[in-house]
Design a protein around this ligand. Structure first.
Ligand code: SF4
Length: 370
């Protein structure tokens, strides 16, 4: 049932090349996070999301410090090692200092065009719209030059419908996992999500619909194992989900930037694109990288965990993501105050040995069950 998704992940490069040929669109690499894929697609490109990979950095070390996050270092390694030769250009956001600087490094070292969607850091929704209205045209022009297409109201509406449909289907998968905990293994669940980063939206939507149809008629296994909510930037490395499966953990919800924080975004409203992009970026889930005084992350996480009936929260910390690290102590304290146990695991995307983390997780699960 999950083979098509795992096959994508076992040959990402082959998948991207095949999909780009079928779509007859140039591949545009989209860096984390929250860059609306709709804009790339409406400009004639095939957006492929690059949230990092398992490559151990070596060439990238010549340009990035060893304390840069795994996402940035592994993406740079992929480019320098020639693994991203099919990528015509890159779309960045200004999500964090690392990404802003990474784009500058790419501009000097990589002979490919880049665009950057600057995410506003302002007090009000109105200021956000004002800020975006001055930069969005430039981003769209850059995307069209890169992808070679023309963004029209029709192409925007088509892209918005396609990616809106994909996220709605992913939300159904999240809802099924919550209602029937254990029905989908943790590894399969995140493989299904991740495969979507490398597939055309129409093809991926069809795979998702077929999967959901099969899952709809299935019952979950008997209750067992603690219910966890995972929180972090990216749900990789997937190997860790295999360990959670082995421990009998049922992940019932997440708060990943490339998980629920993205999947929960509604269809991009394109009639007023500035307004639509502002709403897309800032809603509905808060993020350590988005400044939005109207959406408190502490309240949100407590509420999110309670609604999911989570026994505990596991922080999935990717070294050395500063925004995530800065938020965590206060979040953990608030969870403790609310009687929700939490723990943290520190990860690298390229890590191979999970023994110590497995032991730590096992102890956390015993504590939750005890
Ligand atoms: S993992 Fe953190 S530091 Fe790295 S790109 Fe993402 S938000 Fe920035």
């Amino acid at each position: 049932m999950y083979d098509p998704f795992h096959e994508v992940l076992s040959d990402v490069r082959g998948t991207i090349l095949k999909q780009a040929r079928a779509l007859d669109r140039p591949v545009i690499g989209v860096m984390p996070a929250y860059f609306p894929l709709e804009l790339v697609y409406a400009s004639g490109g095939f957006p492929v999301q690059l949230w990092g990979n398992r490559l151990a950095p070596s060439r990238a070390d010549a340009y990035l410090q060893s304390y840069c996050c795994s996402v940035a270092r592994s993406a740079m390694e992929l480019e320098l090692a020639g693994g991203a030769d099919m990528v015509r250009g890159y779309a960045f956001t200004s999500l964090c200092d690392t990404l802003v600087n990474l784009r500058e490094v790419y501009r000097r070292v990589v002979d490919k065009p880049t665009v950057e969607l600057s995410i506003p850091v302002t007090q009000t929704a109105e200021a956000r719209r004002n800020y975006l209205s001055s930069g969005l045209d430039k981003v769209n022009r850059g995307l069209q030059e890169m992808a070679g297409g023309r963004m029209t109201p029709e192409s925007l509406a088509e892209a918005s419908e396609l990616y809106g449909r994909v996220r709605a289907l992913q939300r159904r998968l999240y809802a099924l996992r919550l209602e029937r905990a254990g029905l989908v293994s943790n590894l399969d669940f995140y493989a299904v999500l991740k495969a979507g980063s490398f597939l055309g939206p129409e093809y991926y939507a069809k795979l998702l619909s077929d999967l959901l149809e099969k899952l709809d008629s299935m019952d979950p296994p008997e209750d067992s194992g603690p219910r966890l909510l995972l929180s972090g930037l990216v749900y990789d490395p997937l190997e860790l989900h295999r360990i959670l499966d082995r421990l009998g953990v049922r992940v019932v919800q997440d708060d990943f930037a490339n998980g629920w924080r993205t999947v929960s975004k509604e269809t991009l409203a394109v009639e007023n694109l500035v307004e639509g992009v502002a709403r897309y970026l800032f809603g509905p889930a808060p993020c350590c990288c988005l400044y939005n005084p109207e959406n408190d992350r502490h309240d949100y996480l407590v509420d999110h965990a309670r609604k999911a009936g989570a026994d505990g929260v596991l922080f999935w910390y990717l070294k050395f993501c500063e925004p995530d690290a800065f938020d965590r102590p206060q979040l953990m304290k608030r969870l403790t105050d609310e009687g929700i146990p939490s723990s943290v695991v520190e990860l690298e995307l390229s890590m191979q040995n999970f023994d110590a983390i497995g032991t730590r997780l096992s102890a956390f699960c015993e504590m939750l069950e005890g």
